[in-house]
Design a protein around this ligand. Structure first.
Ligand code: G3P
Ligand code: CA
Length: 269
């Protein structure tokens, strides 16, 4: 069972399914979050980008090439950027076959479909605004859509949602637009700079190769914009022994492609 994201974690870090349960099922699909749900995992992570017609879609890479059959369906449209395709076009793509024939027919979800499934599954979400520099205004558009879907009401906003990005500017925008939303900065800023990050981010979410027990201690000494202790959800950790080590050092969350194995190792530690 996961602890609440907004309290300290006496039972150790929560497990976050990175792009869903993405080792087992194609990343960033509805099937990947259903798989996480079936594994008993509350928290999932995704990546949001913007299609040509403004639709917000769930996709990690800034091209559609790796995780869909776009090259076959649209051979003349190289380099197959997300931003160059309409939602109608993206909806025709197969987002499962690249991973295995058993996943043929899975679709790229849009943000609305994705949020509705998270809600249906009673899950919680670390939503990454991916490459915001490519999509000016995407912060406000994402928040508008989340508001329309009921995700910014009090229960969801305080317990079920974190919005993160690698861009400090983007995280600052989200915080300025909706100060009630929990935010995360993706990276490992120098300890001396952490206090300024703590003015707009509740979490500093770091690559596991860049953290230490001392770094977690420096994070936990600070208070985030909501008056709670700063947290670190650490990524992407698929080795159970490494996850247990990070938990001992003080990680608040472990973001993993293998949430079943990692949650089991953390529970046994
Ligand atoms: O949530 C952390 C992680 O997703 C950041 O890296 O490239 O997998 O989006 P990436
Ligand atoms: Ca991500």
């Amino acid at each position: 069972a996961s602890a609440e994201a907004d309290t300290p974690h006496p039972r150790g870090p929560i497990t976050v399914a990175h792009r869903g349960a993405s080792a087992a099922v194609p990343e960033n699909t509805l099937a990947a979050i259903d798989e996480a749900r079936d594994m008993g995992i509350d928290w999932v992570e995704n990546d949001v980008q913007r299609a040509k017609d403004g639709e917000l879609v769930i996709m990690h890479d800034d091209t559609l090439a790796r995780t869909t059959d776009v090259e076959q369906k649209f051979p003349d449209r190289a380099p197959w950027k997300v931003a160059d395709f309409t939602w109608k076009e993206i909806s025709t793509l197969d987002a499962g076959s690249w991973k295995g024939p058993e996943f043929a027919g899975l679709k790229v979800p849009n943000l609305e479909q994705y949020m509705n499934r998270v809600e249906h599954n009673d899950q919680r979400l670390v939503l990454e605004i991916k490459k915001p520099e490519l999509y000016p205004g995407i912060e406000a558009e994402t928040l508008k859509e989340l508001r329309g879907l009921g995700w910014l009401d009090r229960t969801h906003v305080s317990r079920k949602l974190v919005i993160q990005a690698f861009s400090a500017d983007s995280v600052k925008k989200v915080h300025a637009l909706r100060p009630d939303i929990k935010t995360g900065f993706l990276g490992t800023p120098p300890v001396a700079e952490l206090p300024q990050y703590a003015t707009f981010a509740d979490q500093i979410n770091s690559n596991h190769g860049t953290v230490s027990a001392d770094y977690y201690k420096a994070i936990h000494a600070l208070t985030g914009p909501h008056g709670r202790r700063l947290e670190n959800y650490t990524w992407t950790v698929d080795d159970p022994a490494r996850a247990v080590e990070l938990a001992k050092w003080g990680a608040d969350g472990i973001i993993t492609n293998k949430p079943d194995e990692i949650a089991k190792a953390l529970a046994a530690a």
